[in-house]
Design a protein around this ligand. Structure first.
Ligand code: ZN
Length: 189
């Protein structure tokens, strides 16, 4: 089902938002459907859930209204599904999740890194047959990564492993998250 919607508030605002998400999607238990990645959707999808009577709206944008020719509504900032949605709780093998497992800390010199500084290092170099897996990739700072190159040493402070979803979610909560609406913070504790 596609809804034709026109923003009455600010055209430019919508252009900026085009590629971002606007509404936090909670499961019927009031927890995000997924933390990794965070279940957040675009305003049009949120309104579709409302329209189909699949959700309860918990928070609205006070200053953002959209309308069609026949109706208008504020945009929801947080919605909760009426029925439980099954969520995939297998952590995806991704750069961000490896940084998270290692708490953005270089696994050689233990310096804390920003997302922009963090790099991925193969413990056993690819040139030596090292695989790109949870068990062979660690977070490293640029200098450690460069110094190590294709050599065998040094060893990381902790050998890498495959984390489970709950470990990553609890680590995720240690870091500030960029929220689209302040009310999201209430549901991301
Ligand atoms: Zn380092």
């Amino acid at each position: 089902m596609r809804l034709k919607l026109v923003s009455i508030n600010c055209f430019i605002k919508n252009i900026i938002k085009e590629n971002t998400v606007d509404c936090l999607l909670l499961n019927a238990n009031a927890q995000p459907v997924s933390h990794l990645p965070l279940s957040a959707i675009k305003w049009k999808d949120a309104i579709t859930y409302m329209w189909l009577d699949k959700c309860v709206v918990l928070e609205w944008y006070d200053d953002w209204t959209v309308h069609s020719e026949t109706w208008e509504t504020k945009v929801p900032a947080v919605i909760m599904l009426k029925e439980m949605m099954k969520s995939n709780q297998k952590p995806r093998f991704s750069k961000g999740n490896i940084f998270l497992r290692d708490l953005y800390t270089c696994q050689y010199c233990e310096v804390f890194l920003t997302r922009a500084q963090a790099t991925l290092d193969h413990v056993l170099a690819q040139s030596r047959g090292g695989k790109t897996t949870w068990e062979n990739i660690v977070t490293a700072c640029g200098p450690c990564n460069h110094n190590k190159g294709n050599s065998l040493g040094p060893k990381p402070i902790r050998m890498p492993y495959k984390p489970d979803y709950y470990e990553l979610v609890s680590k995720r909560k240690k870091f500030a998250i960029e929220v689209r609406h302040p009310a999201w913070n209430i549901y991301l504790q």
